[in-house]
Design a protein around this ligand. Structure first.
Ligand SMILES: C[S@@+](CC[C@H](N)C(=O)[O-])C[C@H]1O[C@@H](n2cnc3c(N)ncnc32)[C@H](O)[C@@H]1O
Length: 359
């Protein structure tokens, strides 16, 4: 799973609300209190869609609440032998930088952004295409977009499948809970980059979204008679765009994969189904992209017993560049920790605050 970016649910989706407690006088609300599960029917539609795209999905698989907390995960319903194919996901089902470059409305501008904006440009462009499709789906229904059934399983908002992420927090909560911790400067700079991306993407995808909403004609050439009032639709950030871009960044940071080197096509991409797996430092699957056609193969990494949850390793927990506090800023969780993260931040847990050596 990549770590490249240094630099409302769709109308058809029913959401189960576990609690009515949405606000807290002390700021951040416990993520479990606002957790909303993606309905099982969305996963049935996702699997139907994947099969229609040519994916192979082993019959002995299901999605269920994870045994590690943090939403859903994938499980085997029967014994599966080491090396057996679990899923083969064709490239056409993945969201890649090809989708960005070939976007009929904004592909050219995205390409410029990717070549001129440095390494973070890929992430911003991918976030742009995700946010655009999300907002078009909200305007016209998810059947109006390619990837609709997949997009209906993604964590666009805080609390969907218990998804936590500091990009969803208010500035005030970031200051209250993170100031003085090892997360603070990284969290602030990531949030600044996302704010910048929001204003850049507003100019690139705004017109397509207003057109989908019927607020701008598709044939609007930009020409006006001098006596016509000048339309200035993109002077302001359009409604819903900041939330969609933030949701897109959360999807990329927590679910994107890398196949190959940074320079090749798949420096960053979304792979449906594979991105439902939870993290473990002892993964029991392996995945690889077939070079000939870009299909992603997922195989059992060892013999699996019926009922076992499948785990992928996002990043090694021993990787010095990914200490536990960074797991939180990047992925929205800390491996092995099920307590309320806000409490740990407030209590200056050693996960988040460097301890001074005793003299
Ligand atoms: C790639 S998604 C996995 C699928 C996700 N749980 C869902 O329901 O859509 C990554 C997110 O799952 C959760 N997660 C993954 N592994 C976890 C673990 N070991 N412990 C707690 N939460 C985990 C975190 O919220 C993380 O951001």
């Amino acid at each position: 799973m990549t770590a490249c970016f240094v630099l409302s649910s769709s109308p058809s989706k029913t959401i189960t609300q576990h609690s009515t407690q949405l606000f807290s006088s002390s700021g951040l609300v416990d993520i479990q209190a606002i957790s909303r599960d993606t309905p099982g029917s969305s996963y049935d539609l996702l699997l139907d869609w994947l099969r229609a795209k040519g994916a192979t999905v082993n019959d002995n698989l299901c999605f269920q609440p994870s045994s590690r907390g943090g939403g859903y995960g994938a499980f085997v319903t029967d014994n599966v032998a080491k090396g057996e194919i679990l899923v083969e996901i064709p490239r056409s089902a993945c969201v890649t930088l090809d989708n960005v470059k070939n976007d009929p409305d904004s592909g050219e501008v995205f390409q410029k952004l990717m070549t001129q904006a440095g390494p973070g440009g890929n992430t911003v462009a991918l976030a742009g295409i995700l946010a655009k499709k999300r907002l078009v789906a909200l305007a016209k229904g998810s059947e109006a977009i390619e990837y609709g059934p997949y997009f209906d399983t993604l964590p666009w908002e805080r609390g969907i499948n218990s998804q936590e992420h500091m990009l969803f927090w208010s500035d005030e909560d970031v200051d209250t809970f993170m100031k003085g911790t090892m997360c603070y400067s990284e969290a602030k700079s990531l949030r600044e980059e996302v704010d910048l991306a929001i204003s850049v993407l507003n100019k690139i995808i705004g017109k397509s979204i207003l057109t989908a909403r019927g607020e701008l004609s598709e044939t609007d050439s930009g020409f006006n008679f001098p006596w016509d009032p000048k339309p200035e639709p993109l002077k302001q950030i359009i409604d819903g765009l900041p939330e969609a871009v933030r949701g897109a960044f959360v999807c990329l940071l927590t679910r994107a994969f890398q196949d190959g080197d940074d320079d090749d096509e798949d420096a960053e991409k979304l792979v449906p189904w594979l991105d439902m797996l939870q993290h473990s430092d002892e993964p029991n699957i392996r995945h690889a992209m077939r070079k000939d056609d870009g299909t992603v193969e997922v195989r059992a990494g060892r013999d699996l017993q019926a009922g076992e949850e499948l785990f992928n390793q996002y990043r090694s927990e021993k990787d010095e560049t990914m200490p536990y506090h960074r797991f939180f800023t990047r992925y929205g969780f800390v491996p092995g920790i099920e307590e309320n993260i806000a409490d740990l931040l407030k209590d200056k847990s050693s996960i988040f605050v460097a301890q001074k050596a005793e003299v």
